[in-house]
Every structure is written in C-alpha cells, then in structure tokens.
Design a binder for this molecule. Structure first.
Ligand code: GLU
Length: 393
C-alpha cells in the first residue's frame, strides 16, 4: 500500500474491533524496536548480515510511504567489539563507554546501508528524564516530526552516557513505548529472538499466543525468560512496555526479528508473533493527559476510600478532600501523584492542587469545611478531573 498520497490518519485502529486484517489498511506510522539480541550473532558480535537485512526491510517500508521510527539497541555490543574486549563488561561506566564508542560505529553502518536505498537517517538519543520534562518532550516530538515530514528515518537509542535505565532494565523496551507514545504511532513492533509470547506447560513452550487482549500482573509474572548476557530485556519488560503503549492507544506486536522479511509480513497482516491490543484500557488520551500518565514520575500517593475510588474511575469525578484517607511521599502543589485505592492499587494519576501537608489537614473533610482549615487559598478539588488520567477501572 502506498501512503505517500494520503495524509489522513485513520483512527479506526484504536477501536475495539482492531484485527490484524486492518493492519494493511490503517497503519502508517510505526515504531520498530530491535533489541541487542536481534542485532548480534551467537558470540554477541554485531551481525552485519542480520543488520543489513533489517535495514533493507526498513528502507523498503520507508519506500512504500510508511513513516518508520527505528529504536535500535546494540550500541554496547558494537562498542565492545570495536574496543576489542572479549566480553560485555559489568561495571556501568564501562558499559556506558562501550555504548559511546559503539553508537557511532552502529550509526555509521546504518547510514551506509540506508544510503544504498537513498534513505537518510537522523540520530535521536533520549533519556526517560528528557521525556519526563514537558519542554524537552515537546522538543523531541517536534524534531522527530520534522524528520518524518522530510522523509528522514529517526534512529533512536537511549543516551547511555547520561542514563542507565535501559542498560539496567529494558534494553530499550520502555524507551520504545515512550517513543511510540511521543509520536502517536499507529503500531509498535518489538523485535526479539522469540516468535512472540507462548503458552507454557510445566516450563515447556506449547503454543504461540497470536493475540493478547489484556496484560495483567499475572501475564507479566508468567513471562519469565531473563535476557542473555548481551541484552537486558526479557519478556516481562516487553509486556510492561506493551502495556504502556496500549494505554496510550498504540497496539503492539512482539515478533521474531530473525524471521524472514518479518516487517513486511506483519504489515501485510500475516498472523505472526503476538499482537497485544488491550481492549479494556483502550482510550486515546489527549496529549496533556498522555504526558501526565506516562512521562512524568509520581512524587507520592494519595489513598482514597472506596466511594471516591468509584466516583473517579466509573463516573469521571474529581478527587475531593472528603475521599482522601492518607498520603505518602514528598510532593507539592502541582506535583504528579498516584491515586491509590484501599488495596493500594494505582487507579489514577494526576496533578495535585495541594501540597502533602495541606492534604493531611483537610483529608476526610467536606468541601464546605475546607476554608475553615485552609482559609482563602483553598481549591474545591484535591485533583481536578482535567488534570487526572484513569489507569484502572
Ligand atoms: N542502549 C543500550 C544499547 O544500545 C541498551 C542495550 C543493552 O543493554 O544491551 O546497547
């Protein structure tokens, strides 16, 4: 399908009726993430053949008019090889140094490969902290959008020199979900070395799960499988990342990056890998709310009683002082906090109108009584519904 003539975005993808057959019709902007394991050979060295194949596939999609954002790990592996080290180092500064050396090597290789297809790339190095900051977040979005408009392929990695989040935990899984949310991607493809998620019996993989509609704590626990010594992301971090992308309205496919022509086949709607498209949490959040929900780190929690929990999640009400039971953390007016129910589960997240001390003084009080405690400087709501996103029903 050639999208170059067609600039309208189709939102039917975000309906509950989303099916693989729709993929060729409605997908236009895709974030493709390749973890380190997809890019290296058995000895952990960057595998030029595998990398060339992937770049060829990406260039082909680009040529068909898709907007592709490529989130690539592999900097550490490339750096270790360039430095002539026998193994992946253990200490963080050594890993960071390897990434600094390897990122250049990797991007040079990508750039040379893409030039064969007359494509150009732009390097985007991000950290979670960048995306948590409203201004830097918007700058990153503007830059990537400008690249897409100019038919430049953004190649994203964590800025490992200043951050170690993905080296430690995810091998860029969460970064990929954040990137997908940042650019409002229609689809996030997480390429790994497994054919997707599998149902297991007694530790044995029995059958591939083609579609997963809900990611629960249980599903994440089931997804064992720690990363090899060459990368850090197991299935659990992929599921967490998929959950995050789903909640922002982006479906996810986990698939095997070593399968032949995998990207094009997925985009033709072929039943490969595991499509994760949670229906219960599907709602497209507005940009501000998306930022509240996913890019900001909560500074504390407000625990609410059952009635308030229901009013917030089922009826879309604001959080009033009367529903607050207790608080924790260190936060000021304007901070992002979790709203937790009586079981401690996070049901929503929002920007608080009060600092923690003031909430402690007015918790459980009827709104009419609040001015007697706080005087004139009071708000009716502890968290207004406009500044809140619901995370669980
Ligand atoms: N950003 C790192 C890289 O590009 C993450 C991958 C890893 O931990 O192996 O190498």
């Amino acid at each position: 399908m050639d999208f170059s003539q067609n600039n309208t975005r189709d939102n039917s993808l975000h309906d509950d009726s989303f099916r693989r057959s729709l993929i060729p019709e409605v997908i236009r902007r895709i974030v493709i993430k390749a973890g380190s394991r997809v890019l290296v050979d058995d000895l952990g060295r960057p595998d030029p053949e595998q990398i060339s194949s992937l770049i060829g596939q990406i260039a082909a999609l680009h040529g068909k008019g898709y907007e592709v954002i490529f989130v690539s790990s592999g900097a550490i592996a490339a750096g270790v090889q360039a430095l002539g080290w026998p193994n992946r180092p253990v200490s963080l500064p050594d890993l960071q140094m390897a990434a600094a050396v390897g990122q250049g090597v990797l991007l040079n290789f990508y750039s040379d490969q893409l030039a064969r297809y007359k494509c150009r790339l732009g390097q985007v190095l991000l950290t979670h902290a960048d995306l948590n900051d409203r201004v830097r977040h918007l700058n990153a979005r503007n830059t990537i959008m400008a690249m897409l408009r100019n038919r430049v392929i953004p190649v994203v990695n964590e800025n490992d020199v200043v951050a170690v989040d993905e080296i430690r935990f995810g091998d860029n899984d969460l970064l990929a979900a954040m990137a997908a949310t940042l650019v409002d991607a229609d689809l996030l493809i997480l390429l790994t070395t497994s054919d997707g998620l599998f149902r297991t019996e007694g530790g044995r993989l029995v059958e591939r799960i083609p579609v997963l509609e809900d990611i629960t704590d249980e599903t994440i626990e089931m997804a064992q499988g720690k990363g090899s010594s060459w990368s850090s992301g197991g299935m659990a971090s992929k599921l967490q990342s998929a959950d995050r992308a789903n909640k922002a309205g982006t479906p996810v496919i986990i698939a095997n990056g070593h399968q032949e022509n995998i990207l094009d086949r997925l985009l033709q709607g072929e039943d490969l890998g595991t499509l994760i498209n949670s229906t219960s949490t599907q709602h497209k959040l507005k940009a501000r709310k998306k930022w509240i929900a996913f890019f900001h780190r909560p500074q504390g929690s407000i625990y609410v009683d059952e009635g308030a929990g229901r009013a917030i999640t089922k009826k879309g009400h604001s959080l009033l002082p009367v529903g607050v039971q207790r608080t924790d953390g260190k936060f000021r007016a304007g901070s992002l906090v979790n709203i937790r129910n009586t079981e401690g589960k996070t049901i929503a997240r929002g920007l608080t109108s009060y600092d923690r001390d003031d909430i402690e003084r007015i918790k459980g009080k009827r709104s009419a009584d609040v001015p007697f405690v706080l005087g004139d400087r009071h708000h009716v709501e502890v968290i207004h519904r406009d500044n809140m996103v619901i995370l669980a029903k």
